[in-house]
Each structure stands twice: as structure tokens, then as C-alpha cells.
Design a protein around this ligand. Structure first.
Ligand SMILES: Cc1cc2nc3c(=O)[nH]c(=O)nc-3n(C[C@H](O)[C@H](O)[C@H](O)COP(=O)(O)OP(=O)(O)OC[C@H]3O[C@@H](n4cnc5c(N)ncnc54)[C@H](O)[C@@H]3O)c2cc1C
Length: 219
């Protein structure tokens, strides 16, 4: 998504390709934020910014941004070429897709896992289940963070590859097959419009009150 925001210059301190075409870009945290919020990023002060979830914890010294290259896009192919000390323009953090200490399901497709990494790193992962969907086994970004702590409450749904410890199928299939979804817990959905809309419909069909479903669509 493109948007006009007030931007400040920051320097990249690190950029890592963690999976094919998927990067974590880091810069020193210039402001306070609430886990789950987004920032606008742009290549120059006058460009329209694209929105990205913050993936780091509220008290971390560095801000991490998890993103994938959109080959036809304006920002992400350029951003993926940045190196340490290169310049990027960033907005103040904003947004209301924020975590809490209540029991909840964190449901993400692809890079939509980023706000949940932020909530996890902020210490909000007690009483949480993570359901992460991806096409291949390389798509489960931050699994090394989630798996040791959440154990069976960290569920990977892989649609194109098989592995004994990974559910084979989409998130939506997992939700349809899951017998009992608690109706008094919160369900956070983040990622592609297709996943968010389809998962929301299934949750509603299964009796989850609309108010317990909180969504963030990446478009
Ligand atoms: C709240 C929110 C949070 C987000 N968080 C993340 C995140 O954490 N990580 C992440 O990877 N992404 C995130 N996104 C998506 C991100 O904002 C960008 O949309 C994405 O990275 C693509 O940016 P880009 O500049 O590379 O592509 P764009 O230049 O924006 O292009 C995107 C697509 O639109 C097409 N397009 C562009 N202009 C036109 C036009 N005029 N007519 C027709 N087609 C056009 C392009 O061909 C391309 O296929 C988020 C989006 C939202 C709304």
C-alpha cells in the first residue's frame, strides 16, 4: 500500500536475506512504538511510502522490518539492494493492530507473521497459539523464535511441501478441520486479503463473535 506520510532519514545497519527473496532490514529504533504497529518506508522524502509492520520488540534497540520482494514493485526491489549505512526514509509508527496479554490465536500468511514476532519479542506470547501459513518449508520466518517456547501451540501450515512436523494444507483448511475453536478467545489475522477474508468467514461460521476477530490486510 502507498501512502503520503511525514518521513525522516535513517541509516540501514543491517540487511539479511533469510529466505529466497525475503529480507530483514534493520535500523536503530528512533521512537517508541506498540507491538503490532506499522511504519511507512520510502526511498526518498517525496516518494509515497509503503507500509510495513515492525517485527522487533518494543524495547529492542533495533527495528526489524520483514519483507518480500515484489518483482514488479517500486520499493522492494530497490530496498533489497541496500547495504549497511545506506539511507532510507521512515515515518513514525502508527496503527491499532496491537497485541495484549489475553489468550489469543495469532494467524498469519507469509510476511504477515511480522507483527506477531513483535508481540512475541515484547513478551505477549503467554496463552497464545500461532498458526502460520506458507507455500514451502522456507516460508516459516522466525520459527527459531516461536518453536522452542510455544511448542505444540506453534503450527505451520505448508501448502506445497511435506514435513512430518508441519501440517500439510492451507490455514483455512486447518481451521475448517479443527474441531473446537474457543469462542471466548481473540483471533488476530494478518497477511494477504485472500487469507484474512477466508479465515474470517470460517471463524464466523464456527461461532467466533465478530468482535473477537481483529484483522490487518497487507495490500
Ligand atoms: C498495514 C500494512 C502492513 C504491511 N506490512 C508489510 C510487511 O510487514 N511486509 C511486507 O512485505 N509487506 C507489507 N505490506 C505490503 C507493502 O506495503 C507493499 O505493498 C509491498 O511491499 C509492495 O511494495 P512495492 O513498492 O515493492 O510494490 P508497488 O510498487 O506498491 O507495487 C505492488 C504491485 O502493484 C502493482 N502496481 C503498482 N502501481 C500500479 C498501478 N498504477 N496500476 C496497476 N498496478 C500497479 C505492481 O505491478 C505490483 O505488482 C503491508 C501493507 C499494509 C497495508
Amino acid at each position: 500500500m502507498k501512502t503520503k506520510l511525514s518521513l525522516s532519514k535513517i541509516k540501514v545497519i543491517r540487511q539479511r536475506e533469510i529466505s529466497r527473496g525475503v529480507f530483514i532490514l534493520s535500523f536503530i529504533r528512533p521512537w517508541d512504538f506498540t507491538a503490532g504497529q506499522v511504519v511507512g518506508l520510502a526511498g526518498s522524502e517525496n516518494d509515497e511510502a509503503r507500509l510495513y509492520s515492525i517485527a522487533s520488540g518494543e524495547l529492542d534497540e533495533e527495528v526489524d522490518i520483514l519483507y518480500n520482494i515484489n518483482p514488479d514493485g517500486k520499493l522492494t526491489p530497490w530496498m533489497s539492494q541496500l547495504n549497511t549505512a545506506d539511507t532510507l526514509w521512515v515515518s513514525e509508527p502508527f496503527g491499532s493492530f496491537c497485541g495484549s496479554g489475553e489468550p489469543a490465536w495469532w494467524i498469519a500468511s507469509g510476511t504477515g507473521i511480522a507483527p506477531f514476532a513483535s508481540m512475541f519479542r515484547t513478551g505477549l506470547h503467554k496463552n497464545k497459539k500461532i498458526l502460520h501459513g506458507g507455500r514451502d518449508l522456507e516460508s516459516f520466518y522466525f520459527h527459531e523464535l516461536f518453536e522452542p517456547e510455544l511448542k505444540e501451540n506453534y503450527i505451520r501450515c505448508c501448502s506445497r511441501e511435506y514435513s512430518p512436523d508441519v501440517y500439510h494444507g492451507r490455514i483455512t483448511q486447518y481451521l475448517k478441520e479443527h474441531p473446537a475453536l474457543p469462542t471466548n478467545e481473540k483471533y488476530y489475522l494478518c497477511g494477504s486479503a485472500e487469507m484474512v477474508v477466508d479465515a474470517r468467514d470460517i471463524l464466523i461460521e464456527k461461532g467466533i463473535p465478530f468482535d473477537n476477530i481483529i484483522s490487518e490486510i497487507y495490500f
